[in-house]
Design a protein around this ligand. Structure first.
Ligand SMILES: Nc1nc2c(ncn2[C@@H]2O[C@H](COP(=O)(O)OP(=O)(O)O)[C@@H](O)[C@H]2O)c(=O)[nH]1
Ligand SMILES: [Mg+2]
Ligand SMILES: [Zn+2]
Length: 336
């Protein structure tokens, strides 16, 4: 397939475009049937998605309705602002996607999967146990940098003292890079967690990412009253009764802003990033980039590479450079 940029195919297909043009030109009243087929368009926000089923919350504040995209190739993400036509009380058709500020997705060699659109922040949830993947953490940070979204690392289960010490040691290099780490214990100190996290989410659109077992569901239930019930209702609406928890969904936060919860993930492919994007997504590389001998240096084995020299001198962590090298390798594997 072609590489999905931040502008996937438009939803509006030829038929619908033709339709509206035709109706626009026709003198009103002369064709009553055509005029009544012209449905009013409303704006809404995609709050959940599962396959080609989307739940759209109208801007008017009315209850969310199930919508299908018009056109075959269109794909929307949770967080997308869309225009839709209401076909019945609980069903509609999405006819357009409004311009996106950003669109986060992961990709392997062949295809991509959308996380969410129109984000301000990424909340990367880790825990003192089970063991968190530093690879996933590194990839999440790269994705945040690339999309100019603020990353915030949340270290949960701070109530486990031995594991906490170990986790702090693993996170120290990220703190040194300037990434913010907030320690919480969602189950044993819920009020503190609600305050610490709540104040950072207020008024922002935040994507929550984390492996399973980190405490994401526990956090969502703490921050969003009624989240569990809402999730069951959405599951029913999206899937006509079949049970599923494998969908991304957006919760409006009581204090303003929204939190987007995506199903636990174990891999975060970033095959769509180019080498140029990758080198800039590692903030600790930036001071050295202008000093490489070759302007098109790959920072892998070139003579006179300032990034490699910094790794050699202990100024850049070898594990971070290894992640960079791995991502460059993956980017070269993509089937475009
Ligand atoms: N000790 C401890 N356990 C927690 C904490 N937060 C969540 N848990 C537990 O961790 C497990 C996984 O939590 P869950 O919210 O399902 O994680 P998710 O897979 O990321 O959604 C559950 O058994 C929670 O009770 C915490 O702060 N401390
Ligand atoms: Mg969960
Ligand atoms: Zn270099």
């Amino acid at each position: 397939m072609t590489r999905p940029l931040n502008t996937p195919p438009a939803v509006r297909d030829d038929a619908s475009t033709g339709d509206s043009k035709a109706t626009g030109k026709r003198s009103r009243g002369s064709s009553g049937a055509a005029a009544s087929r012209q449905l009013a368009q409303e704006q809404g926000c995609v709050i959940a998605s599962h396959g080609r089923h989307y739940l759209v919350a109208p801007k008017s504040g009315e209850v969310a309705l199930q919508c299908f995209p018009r056109g075959k190739r269109s794909e929307m993400a949770v967080g997308d602002e869309v225009m839709f036509e209401r076909h019945s009380a609980d069903q509609g058709v999405i006819v357009d996607i409004l311009p996106r500020r950003n669109l986060l997705f992961r990709s392997d060699q062949f295809k991509s999967k959308l996380f969410a659109a129109n984000l301000d922040q990424m909340l990367i949830m880790l825990a003192t146990e089970p063991w968190f993947s530093e690879d996933l953490l590194g990839r999440s940070l790269v994705a945040a940098e690339e999309n100019e979204i603020t990353p915030l690392i949340l270290l949960n289960k701070a109530d486990l003292p031995k594991e906490l010490t170990a986790a702090r040691e693993r996170l120290a290099p990220y703190v040194a890079l300037g990434y913010q780490v907030v320690e919480v214990s969602v189950t044993t100190r819920p009020d503190e967690a609600r305050e610490l996290v709540g104040e950072r989410l207020r008024g922002q659109s935040t994507l929550l990412l984390g492996q399973s077992g980190m405490g994401k569901s526990t956090l969502v239930n703490l921050l969003v009253p009624g989240a569990a019930v809402a999730t069951r209702e959405i599951s029913a609406a999206l899937n006509s009764g079949k049970h599923t928890t494998t969908f991304t969904r957006l919760y409006k936060l009581p204090g303003g802003g929204s939190l987007i919860d995506s199903p636990g993930f174990q891999e975060f492919g970033l095959h769509h990033l180019t080498e140029g994007m990758l080198e800039r997504a590692f903030p600790e590389f930036r001071p050295y980039l202008p000093h490489c001998r070759f302007y098109n240096c790959h920072h892998l084995q070139e003579p006179g590479c300032a990034v490699l020299a910094a790794v050699e001198e202990g100024k850049i962590a070898p594990s971070r450079h290894a992640l960079y090298a791995q991502l460059v390798h993956e980017a070269s594997q993509i089937v475009r």
